[in-house]
Design a protein around this ligand. Sequence first.
Ligand code: FES
Length: 186
Amino acid sequence: MSEQFTPNNPLPQEAKLPAEIASFSPAVEAEIDAHLAKYPVKRSAILPLMFIVQRERGYLDPPGVAYLADRLGVRITDIWEVATFYSMINTKPVGKYHVQICRTLSCKIMGAGKITEHCAKRLGIKPGETTEDGMFSLSEVECLGSCGTAPMMQIGFDYHENLSAEKVDEILDSCSRGEYRYSMKS
Ligand code: FES
């Protein structure tokens, strides 16, 4: 009979973790330990730990992923499966300001396409790209749960709603001037 794999009995770790595994300061390790202590099953802490690794390293780079797999006792593949599902987890480097525009139905009907076009023209990049100066990345993402105030976009963890081209310009201008202040910590 084949072995049953459950969250309590995960698939075995790859035989060997990659040579390079990220390391963190004692303060960050303590933060990670505190999250792990909240859950009876270590892998349940996957999202909070991913956010910490992303915050510390800018994105989930291979050494960061190897670290997560090691701390959570799961396979590298398990980490990538979760990381590639959530648009708030970056699997490649992003600019200082990551502009994520919702392209799902309500936002689409309310003009998200035009907002994306406007941002792309203004920043000189296409969705999925980062400006040469590393300031802005542009992404199109699925519903961010703010359908009643469409069209909308997210920068960091901040939502910007009922967007118009003018409103987008104001926001991007404040980023370019270094005056943009996140209201929520990312
Ligand atoms: S459709 Fe855009 S937030 Fe839901």
